[in-house]
Design a protein around this ligand. Structure first.
Ligand SMILES: Cc1ncc(COP(=O)(O)O)c(C=O)c1O
Length: 414
């Protein structure tokens, strides 16, 4: 039986329509978009067409879309580009950035790098659903604040942040508002001008596009310094010959989203609601993280007390369900998710938490199978751990009765 793929927040399968749009640009249409001959101009037209496709799906103008090498680069360009600009304009001042404790590492690590370059950074906390309180964020602003970076939707839990409300509170102040919309794209309607943001980071591979391509949408009039220097590609904001096939795939993936903007969201929402109800009904002590109605329609973060999430993910994989421990960027490491900790979960709870993320192709049947396998795997792991605890206790009791048996009792208990 094929694997039930419930890890769309890590990456998404690339549909055949996207692959077939890309293939010619890996073969016959190999021109460099900067070349003036026909081959080059063919590639240029393809890149510009993709720019319009990306712009359309987020309510931006094509001139506001700058292609980069993925969501991480888009976030880095936004943060560092704005700070470098502020430094150029006000060299004697120490710029200040306000962000949150639950951002993706692409933002958090960029902020750490900025701190090392004498930039002040405030990380605002979140409530138990993972949401920032706009008033608290506003209170963190100072006269030196040049940038606020607030993600639209969280990758671990799916929590939506009050970006539009923060934009209203920033109106009239000379502060750039950046949002990491990598997880939001394709999972909720997006209109960047209606949201009132200045910079938006996007990534292709979360929406059925290829990996290694993304975009920073820069509202007209907002100036930032390029971080990769070289040629004049992307109107000087991101040097380097364009990843033409990747960009074409990104554009086509956006077009596919745009063809049914609400239908796919509603379907995921309906399936996810049933999925969560089934988990709560069938898996004892399961708890869903984040607030209902304030989360992405596809993301379920579930805490399963007494379960080691890493072991659960491995066993579910063997059983035929792909899901993840917190975010993919953190998997492979044993650290508990910083997002869950910021929401007030204990370390033990965070280590007992797994993330399921649905995609537009996910079916009700797949979700029923996933719940069955989750129920079986959780009870198997809990039985093993109860047996283990029992053996350890038996070993301790045996030792306390007769110290001479302690070694064998302990060995038996392992
Ligand atoms: C919220 C968020 N921002 C940024 C990124 C980084 O995007 P990319 O993988 O394209 O570098 C991710 C990827 O997981 C993400 O979930």
């Amino acid at each position: 039986m094929p694997t039930v793929y419930l890890d769309h927040n890590a990456t998404s399968p690339v549909p055949p329509e996207v692959v077939s749009a890309m293939v010619p640009y890996l073969g016959e249409h190999y021109g460099n978009p900067s070349s003036t001959h026909r081959l080059g101009q063919h590639a240029r037209l393809a890149v510009d067409n993709a720019r319009r496709q990306v712009a359309r799906v987020v309510g931006a103008d094509a001139t506001e879309v700058f292609f980069v090498g993925g969501g991480t680069e888009a976030n880095n360009l936004a943060l560092r580009g704005i700070i470098d600009r502020a430094r150029l304009l006000r060299p004697a001042r120490r710029p200040h950035v306000v962000t949150t404790a639950v951002e993706h590492p692409a933002v958090l690590a960029a902020c750490e790098r900025l701190e090392a370059r004498d930039v002040a950074v405030t990380r605002v906390g979140v409530d138990s659903s993972g949401r920032v309180e706009p008033g608290q964020l506003e209170r963190a602003l100072t006269d030196e604040t040049v940038l606020v970076s607030l993600m639209l939707a969280n990758n671990d839990v799916g929590t939506l942040q009050p970006v539009a409300e923060v934009a209203q509170r920033l109106a009239g102040r000379n502060i750039v508002l950046h949002t990491d919309a990598v997880q939001a794209l394709g999972k909720m309607p997006l209109d960047l001008h209606a949201l009132g943001v200045d910079l938006v980071a996007l990534s292709a591979h979360k929406i059925g596009g290829p990996k290694g391509v993304g975009a920073l949408v820069v509202r007209r009039g907002v100036e930032l310094e390029a971080q990769i220097c070289g040629g004049a590609q992307e109107r000087g904001r991101r040097a380097g010959t364009e990843n033409v096939a990747g960009i074409v795939g990104f554009g086509r993936a956006c077009e596919l989203i745009g063809a049914d903007p609400t239908g796919r969201v509603e379907t995921m929402q309906r399936l996810r609601r049933r999925f969560e109800r089934d988990i709560l009904d069938r898996v004892p002590d399961a708890r869903i993280n984040g607030a209902q109605g304030l989360r992405l329609p596809n993301t379920t973060s579930v805490t399963l007390p007494d379960i080691d999430a890493q072991a659960l993910v491995m066993n579910l994989d063997l059983a035929g369900v792909a899901c993840s421990v917190g975010s993919a960027c953190a998997s492979g490491r044993v650290d508990p998710s910083h997002v869950l900790l910021a929401m007030g979960l204990t370390e033990a709870e965070a280590r007992a938490t797994v993330r399921f993320s649905l995609g537009p192709q996910t079916t009700a049947q797949e979700l029923r199978r996933a719940v069955e396998l989750l129920q079986e795997t959780v009870s198997m792991l809990r039985a093993l751990s109860a047996e283990h605890d029992e053996r350890v206790r038996y070993g301790r009791e045996a030792r306390s009765v007769d110290p001479s048996t302690s070694n064998s009792a302990l060995t038996d208990g392992r």
